[in-house]
Design a protein around this ligand. Structure first.
Ligand code: PLP
Length: 406
C-alpha cells in the first residue's frame, strides 16, 4: 500500500496547536470536563468586542466586495497601509509594495515559500511564534534559533545572532512586540540588528502585529524605519489591535533596498496571484480601522482591562514559590520560568499535561515556542479578571506540591 506523507520535518513544528496536550484537552472537553484555556491569543471568546463601527462598515460593504480584488488587495486598503507605514517612519513604500493577506499567517508562509531553497537558513528567535519556524521548515529552509535573553528583559542576544550567521543565512525574523514574552525592544537593540543585516545582506522579517498593544507609556519603533538600506518586510494586521482575529485581516509591506530583491519580489507577486486575493470584505476594514487607532488604547492604561490583567498576572506568577517572570510591556502574554530543581521538571510538555489533568488549565509549554530548556510556559492573560484569579489560585495550589515523576 502506498503511504502518503510529506518528507519535510513536519514532526517538529507547531506544538502549540497539536500534540499530546491538545489531544488530552480535546478528550477532556468531549467528556464534558471544563477547561480553562490560557493557551491561545484569541480575544473574542474572552468577551473582547471588535469596534462596532467597523463591524457596521463591513456589513455595509458586503455587496460591494463580492468579487475578487487585485491580488495584492483593494487600493483603498493599500493606500491606508502606506500612510500607516509613513506614520511609523517607514518611507518609500508604495501601494505596489503592499500585500493584504488572510491574516499575517498567510503572508508569513507566502514570504518563506517565495524565498527559500533547500539548505537556506533563516534566523528565528527562541522563544518564537512557532508559525515562523514551521513556515521556514515547510518551505524547505532551516530555522536557526537565536536566543532572546530572559536576564536582559527577553531582548535578542546580539552576540548569539552574530555567532549564528553563516553564508547560507538569508534573513532574520524579529518579532517585536514579542509573542510569547511580551517584550518591547528598545531602539538600541533594533539598530544592532539592522547593522548586522546590512553587513551580511540579510532580509529583515519584522512581525509587528502587536505594535499597537504597548503599555506603560512606551513607544513602538518599527525596525524598517531604521533600515532604509536593507530589504525589509513588515507584517501587521487587525487580529490583535482591533480584536478581530476571526476576520482574518493582515498585510505586509516591502521597504528599503527593493532593487536587491527583484527576483524575490517577482516570486511573491506570483504566489500572491496564485491565491487570487485575500478576503475582500475583510480588506474593506483596513482603511477605517487604521483611522481608528485610539479606540482600543483605553484597554492599555491603568484601569483598562489588558493593563489591569497584566498587573495581576505578573504579581500572581511571581507570588508562587519557585516561579518568576519578566514583566511584559506589550501584547497579552507572559512567559514564566519554573524552578526545575524544585519541581524536578525535565519535560515541560509533561508539566503542561500534568497541569491540564489535575486542574483543567491549558497552557502552552515553552518547547512549543522552540525554547530548549524545559523550564517555561506561556500564559495568555486575556480571560476576565475573576477567571484569571481562580486560575492563578489553582495554579499556586498545583505548584505547592508538584514534583514531576522521574
Ligand atoms: N505573528 C504573531 C507574533 C502572532 O502572535 C500571531 C497570532 O497569534 C500572528 C502573527 C498571526 O496573526 P493573524 O491572525 O494575523 O494570522
Amino acid at each position: 500500500m502506498r503511504v502518503f506523507e510529506k518528507s519535510l520535518k513536519l514532526n517538529n513544528v507547531c506544538y502549540d496547536i497539536r500534540g499530546p496536550v491538545m489531544d488530552e484537552a480535546n478528550r477532556m472537553q468531549a467528556a464534558g470536563e471544563k477547561i480553562l484555556k490560557l493557551n491561545i491569543g484569541n480575544p473574542a471568546p474572552f468577551g473582547f468586542r471588535a469596534p462596532e463601527s467597523l463591524v457596521e462598515h463591513m456589513a455595509e460593504k458586503l455587496t460591494e466586495t463580492e468579487g475578487y480584488s487585485d491580488s495584492k488587495g483593494l487600493l483603498s486598503a493599500r493606500e491606508a497601509i502606506v500612510k500607516y507605514d509613513e506614520k511609523k517612519g517607514i518611507h518609500g513604500v508604495t501601494v505596489d509594495d503592499v500585500y493584504t493577506g488572510n491574516g499575517v499567517s498567510e503572508l508569513i508562509t507566502l514570504s518563506m515559500q517565495g524565498l527559500l531553497d533547500y539548505g537556506d537558513e533563516i534566523l528565528v528567535p527562541a522563544p518564537d511564534y512557532p508559525l515562523w519556524t514551521a513556515s521556514v521548515t515547510l518551505a524547505g529552509g532551516t530555522a536557526v534559533h537565536y536566543i532572546c535573553d530572559e536576564k536582559a528583559g527577553w531582548y535578542p542576544d546580539i552576540e548569539d545572532i552574530r555567532r549564528k550567521i553563516t553564508p547560507r543565512t538569508k534573513g532574520i525574523v524579529v518579532i517585536n512586540p514579542n509573542n510569547p514574552t511580551g517584550a518591547l525592544y528598545p531602539e538600541s537593540i533594533l539598530k544592532e540588528i539592522v547593522a548586522m543585516a546590512e553587513m551580511h545582506d540579510l532580509i529583515i522579517f519584522a512581525d509587528e502585529i502587536y505594535d499597537r498593544l504597548v503599555m506603560d507609556g512606551k513607544k513602538h519603533t518599527s525596525i524598517a524605519s531604521l533600515a532604509p538600506e536593507c530589504v525589509c518586510i513588515t507584517f501587521n494586521g487587525l487580529s490583535k489591535s482591533h480584536l478581530m482575529a476571526g476576520y482574518r485581516v493582515g498585510w505586509m509591506s516591502i521597504s528599503g533596498n527593493k532593487a536587491n530583491a527583484k527576483g524575490y519580489i517577482e516570486g511573491i507577486n506570483l504566489l500572491s496571484s496564485m491565491r487570487l486575493c485575500s478576503n475582500v470584505p475583510a480588506q474593506s476594514l483596513i482603511a477605517p480601522a487604521l483611522d481608528l487607532l485610539e479606540e482600543t488604547d483605553t484597554m492599555l492604561i491603568p484601569g483598562g482591562r489588558v493593563y489591569e490583567q497584566r498587573e495581576f498576572i505578573y504579581n500572581a506568577v511571581n507570588d508562587i514559590p519557585g516561579m518568576s517572570a519578566v514583566k511584559p510591556e506589550a501584547a497579552f502574554y507572559i512567559f514564566p520560568k519554573m524552578d526545575r530543581k524544585k519541581f524536578n521538571i525535565h519535560d515541560d510538555e509533561r508539566f503542561a499535561l500534568d497541569l491540564l489533568k489535575k486542574k483543567g488549565i491549558l497552557v502552552t509549554h515553552g518547547g512549543g515556542f522552540h525554547w530548549e530548556e524545559p523550564d517555561h510556559f506561556r500564559i495568555v492573560y486575556l480571560p476576565a479578571m475573576d477567571v484569571l484569579e481562580s486560575a492563578m489560585t489553582e495554579m499556586k495550589d498545583f505548584f505547592r506540591d508538584y514534583r514531576q515523576a522521574d
